[in-house]
Design a protein around this ligand. Sequence first.
Ligand SMILES: Cc1cc2nc3c(=O)[nH]c(=O)nc-3n(C[C@H](O)[C@H](O)[C@H](O)COP(=O)(O)O)c2cc1C
Length: 178
Amino acid sequence: MTVSADRFRDVLGRLAGGVCVVTARDPDGGPRGLTATAVCSVSLEPPLVLACLAGDSRTHRAIDVSGHYAVNFLGAGDRELAKRFAGDEEDKFSGLEPTAGRTGAPLLAAALGYCDCVVIDRVVAGDHTVFIGRVEAAGTVAATRASGSASPLLRYRGSYATVSQAVEMEEKAPGDGA
Ligand SMILES: Cc1cc2nc3c(=O)[nH]c(=O)nc-3n(C[C@H](O)[C@H](O)[C@H](O)COP(=O)(O)O)c2cc1C
């Protein structure tokens, strides 16, 4: 027997995730992007970062075809951006004017940091694909300049949160001990 979906969600919700927007260019040049927490540093030499995307997302298709992606790390002042990129609007970049990274992937001015990657491997895992990217370029900006907040944006227990809000949530409603 495996764990139920509810249990899986509840437990994995306790793994605080940095909220990112993973972006790529469609074959027609249009920008694509989605909000993601399944992003992770993989290797230092060479520098590798992975992003895990649902097979049915539009951004997955853009990465699959273009062979590149950028990971943009959001600050706590950018909840609205996180919500926008988690939605299914056709033009999520309206009013944002992203710049093009070295690979061509869109970079968001609001991000605290970014990694611009070329896909070197991909592994289909369940209903997602793990894209492993070699980092071709990376950068940071001061948190206060990026989003007006010196704090990263987290996803914790199903909500967007700052680090201190995540601590408060855990103090108010700790785990069930099971
Ligand atoms: C906090 C949060 C984290 C998410 N993390 C991921 C993720 O790591 N991978 C993924 O494929 N989708 C993730 N999603 C869902 C996508 O953002 C969502 O399905 C999006 O609408 C897909 O957009 P697209 O079809 O334009 O690519 C997440 C959603 C939220 C709200």
